[in-house]
Structures are given as structure tokens and as C-alpha cells.
Write a protein that binds this ligand. Structure first.
Ligand code: NAD
Ligand code: MN
Length: 485
């Protein structure tokens, strides 16, 4: 390999910031319950900040059990009234209308997602918002065709769905949850994450504009206790949760013995595996996309890399060279590759893991980046010489941090890749189709990408094994999770 891998940034890109002004963020948001903006019973609000500068963006209602109870009652009344009595065909029209309104306001959604959560505007504009709209379009199409989706069954809605979502894909996770629930005739109480409530509240605004009957979708904001109130409410028929494995375990315990249906989408520690015959440039791009994309705030992020020994030097040389070109900074700038870390807490967690990696004897590399002076930032990081037992190889970091290990044979790669409590996703890079299928079959992962990474589609089911949870979202599996068949 050539000795120097330095890329001089003599011609940096000129700033290309998106116009934050076009997005309307109110000073304060109430809950959206029964079609009305409703003040919290406690009178309490909490702030949501922009992680790129830690300044307050807005404040939102802090929901308690009484607020959640009002939301569940509204959802129940809508299920037994307007929504339950409507023909499936009419229901589908509303879901289409929400999808179209979302497209019309895509730019505003993208900007608010980036302001509230810190992800790069390229990401929210090209991935989060269009995919969210596509989930509504896809599910809308099924609304009056459920008898064809599940032939020889009698698909029937479950009732009220209580849904709790995380901060890494705030609008997209809301869409994954709300769209199939509505298309199958259920009603919804959704609680967004406390650091990123704004796009779910914007979604409530377009739901209002769509004329959806009152109470069909209710949005209650708050932190963990509000989420627990949604999950534990006795009149909720179905619980859909995406978040950490720790909270997932709590939820599973609390619903045990009830007849609530549950799906849990939890953490991950995905392996990306490069075999010696892989197209290395393409693989390196996929690795960068898999772990540095969205600051590594991705449950299915390719956070572990396994490289066949014979190509290790080449892969590492190319990877480090590519990392040096990544732009970290203002999430609203269209050139930015890596935006802000979602919260101070998350940044602390990541930094704790960086320290653990070094303590456990791994070698850390970070390209030189000029980080902004305020806000939460982490440069792209890669660890080599990582022991299988090291904390960075075992624990979910949820940041732009990659742990690299090597292998000699395919069985060794499989054994190492499967040696984690998680089983959400994996990636395989190799030239031979037969080898690829050998590996995809042997990996304990709900999703395995071949010669690509982080590809999502509403028609395709997504979900994990082991401690990554159970149940699937997306595709027909995602609809089935909201139906009695
Ligand atoms: P988290 O579990 O702390 O929070 C997720 C949501 O649950 C938030 O809305 C939170 O307020 C709520 N919550 C917290 N305590 C609760 C309780 N006791 N009862 C009910 N709700 C409660 O997770 P996070 O830190 O926001 O998100 C990151 C985690 O989510 C990571 O572990 C990541 O892997 C996982 N995740 C998984 C997927 C997936 O599809 N598998 C997708 C995105 C994120
Ligand atoms: Mn925020």
C-alpha cells in the first residue's frame, strides 16, 4: 500500500445550509388527543433542544397516567365508533391522504427532523421522510385488500394500539407504527421519544388536516414514565415498542399474563463480513454507510467488521482514507456526512465506550476533524486489534464507532459474528453467490444484506432474533402484527 494516506482538504466545499426558516416550530406543543390539542393535566412541559448547539427549540407536554388514559379512551371510542364502522376502502383513503400530505410538506419535515435530532439533512431529506411517506402509501394500498393479503383467514383489527418509539428515526418509526395500524383498522396512542418529539407532533398536524376522525390517532409526549403508562394501560390491546433491550425486557415482564399482543424491536450489534474475493471499494463504501451513516444511531448499524486476513491491510487502508474525507458538522449543511450526536447523555455513553475500547487494548483511529465548538459531536472512529471479549465488540454503542476483527475461514467468521446476544442484522461482501447464501443462512440475524447495507423498503419485513426482540414490521408480516387472523 502507498505510505501516505493523507488527503489534503485544499478545496473544501462551500457551505450549503438548508433554510431552517421555512420550518415552523411552535414555542410550545400540547398533546394531540381526540383530535384536539390538549394541555397536560399536570400543567408541566419539558424542553426539546437542537443537539447541534444544545439550544432550546420548543417545549412539549409532559404526559402522565391521566393524559394517557384520556388518549386511550379517545382511541377506544374511535375504534368502536367512527373508525370501526367505516368501510376499509374509506379508511384506506385517509391513509393515502396522510401519505400525500407528508410528501407535500417533506421539506419542512426534513428540516425539523434535523433540527430536533441532529441527523444530517441529506439523511432526513433522502431517507427518513420519503421512506415514512412510502410506509403510508404501501399500507394504504392494503387497507381494502386484507382478504387477499391473508387468504382463507378472517383478518380482524385488534383494537387500540399503544406505541412507543425511540429517537434515532423519529418520523420513520412513527410511520412504521401508525401506517399498518390504521390500514388494518386499529386506533393508536403513540408516544415519541423525549429528545425528538417534534416530527411526530408535525405528523399530528397533518393528521388534523387530513380530516381523520377524532381519536383515531392520539399523540402523547413525555419520557419513560409516559411510555410505561401507555404500555401498561389495561385497555390497550396491542403494544408496539422500538427501543433499547433493557426497556424491552421491562415491557415484556409488565405485559406477561395479560392478553396484550406485543412486538419488540430492540438493540443490535451487527456484523459486516468482508471475504477476500469482495469488491473492496464497494465494501468500504458500504461499511462507511453502515456505521457512520446517521452518526451510528441505527439499531441495525454495521458496528462490527470482520475482514478476511488476506485483504485486511487493503481494507483498512481504504477505510481510513475514506474516513478522512467524511464531513462532520452542521447537520443542516447539505454536504455534511455526520451530524450531531442526539443528546449529551448519548455522547457520554459513546465516550465511555471509546475509553473502554482503549482500556481493553484495542487501537483507536479517528481522522482529524474540526468539530464545532458547541453541540454534541463524535468523529468517525475505528478500532483494530479488538478482542472478542472486549466491551466494544460486545455492547451496543449506538454511535459512529466501528470494531474491526479478522478471520481466516468462513466458519470462523460465522462463529465470531454470531457470538453476541443480539441478532438484528448483518452484511456480507463477496463475489460468489453460493458463498453469500451459505453465510446468509448461517448468520443469526433477522435481516442480512448481500453486497449492500442499510437498504429499507416498506414491502420488506424487518426485525430481529435473540435479544434484538421479536415480531416484524413492514411488509405483510407488519400488517399481520395488527390483526387477529
Ligand atoms: P429507550 O429504550 O431508552 O427509549 C425508547 C422509548 O421508550 C422512548 O420513547 C422512551 O421514552 C421510552 N421508554 C423508556 N423507558 C420506558 C419504560 N419503562 N416503559 C415504556 N417506555 C419507556 O431507547 P433509546 O435510547 O431511545 O433508543 C435507542 C435504542 O433503541 C437502541 O438500543 C436501539 O438499538 C434501539 N432501536 C431499535 C430499533 C429496531 O428496530 N430494532 C430501531 C431503533 C432503535
Ligand atoms: Mn431535540
Amino acid at each position: 500500500m502507498p505510505k501516505s494516506r493523507k488527503i489534503t482538504n485544499d478545496w473544501p466545499y462551500a457551505p450549503a445550509p438548508e433554510a431552517a426558516k421555512i420550518a415552523k416550530v411552535a414555542k410550545r406543543y400540547d398533546h394531540f388527543i381526540n383530535g384536539k390539542w390538549t394541555a397536560p393535566k399536570s400543567g408541566e412541559y419539558f424542553k426539546t433542544t437542537n443537539p447541534a448547539n444544545n439550544r432550546k427549540l420548543s417545549e412539549v407536554a409532559d404526559g402522565n397516567e391521566a393524559d394517557v388514559d384520556a388518549a386511550v379512551k379517545a382511541a377506544r371510542a374511535a375504534y368502536e365508533g367512527s373508525w370501526g364502522k367505516m368501510s376499509a376502502r374509506e379508511r384506506g383513503k385517509y391513509v393515502y391522504r396522510i401519505a400525500r400530505l407528508m410528501q407535500e410538506r417533506a421539506r419542512e419535515f426534513a428540516i425539523i427532523e434535523t433540527l430536533d435530532g441532529g441527523k444530517s439533512i441529506r439523511e432526513s431529506r433522502d431517507i427518513d421522510v420519503p421512506l415514512a411517506a412510502n410506509h403510508f402509501f404501501y399500507n394504504a394500498g392494503w387497507a381494502d385488500k386484507l382478504d387477499y393479503a391473508f387468504p382463507n383467514r378472517k383478518p380482524k383489527a385488534l383494537g387500540v394500539a399503544g406505541q412507543v418509539i425511540p429517537w434515532n428515526f423519529p418520523l420513520l418509526m412513527a410511520a412504521w407504527k401508525i401506517a399498518p395500524a390504521l390500514a388494518t383498522g386499529n386506533t393508536v396512542v403513540l408516544k415519541p421519544a423525549e429528545t425528538t418529539p417534534l416530527t411526530a407532533l408535525k405528523l399530528a398536524e397533518i393528521i388534523e388536516d387530513s380530516g381523520l376522525p377524532d381519536g383515531v390517532v392520539n399523540i402523547v409526549t413525555g419520557a419513560g414514565e409516559t411510555g410505561a403508562a401507555v404500555v401498561n394501560h389495561p385497555d390497550v390491546n396491542k403494544v408496539a415498542f422500538t427501543g433499547s433491550t433493557a426497556v424491552g425486557k421491562l415491557i415484556q415482564k409488565s405485559v406477561a399474563g395479560s392478553d396484550k399482543r406485543v412486538t419488540l424491536e430492540l438493540g443490535g450489534k451487527a456484523a459486516n463480513i468482508i471475504l477476500e474475493d469482495a469488491a473492496i471499494d464497494q465494501a468500504v463504501e458500504g461499511i462507511v454507510n453502515g456505521i457512520y451513516f446517521n452518526q451510528g444511531h441505527v439499531c441495525c448499524a454495521g458496528s462490527r467488521l470482520f475482514v478476511q486476513e488476506s485483504v485486511f491491510d487493503e481494507v483498512m487502508w481504504k477505510l481510513k482514507r475514506r474516513m478522512e474525507t467524511l464531513i462532520v458538522g452542521d447537520p443542516l449543511d447539505k454536504n455534511t456526512d455526520i451530524g450531531a450526536i442526539n443528546s449529551r447523555e448519548q455522547l457520554k455513553t459513546i465516550q465511555k465506550h471509546l475509553k473502554a475500547g482503549v482500556e481493553d487494548g484495542a487501537e483507536m483511529f479517528q481522522p482529524k476533524c474540526d468539530l464545532p465548538s458547541s453541540g454534541n459531536w463524535c468523529p468517525p472512529t475505528v478500532f483494530t486489534n479488538v478482542a472478542q471479549s472486549s466491551r466494544i465488540a460486545q455492547e451496543e454503542i449506538f454511535g459512529p464507532v466501528l470494531a474491526v476483527q479478522t478471520f481466516r475461514t468462513v466458519p470462523e467468521a460465522i462463529e465470531k459474528a454470531n457470538n453476541t446476544p443480539y441478532g438484528l442484522s448483518a452484511g456480507v461482501w463477496c463475489d460468489k453467490g453460493a458463498r453469500l447464501f451459505q453465510l446468509t443462512g448461517a448468520l443469526d440475524a433477522g435481516v442480512v444484506w448481500g453486497n449492500t447495507y442499510n437498504q429499507f423498503d416498506p414491502t420488506s419485513p424487518f426485525g430481529g432474533f435473540k435479544e434484538s426482540g421479536f415480531g416484524r414490521e413492514g411488509g405483510l408480516h407488519g400488517l399481520a402484527a395488527y390483526l387477529e387472523l
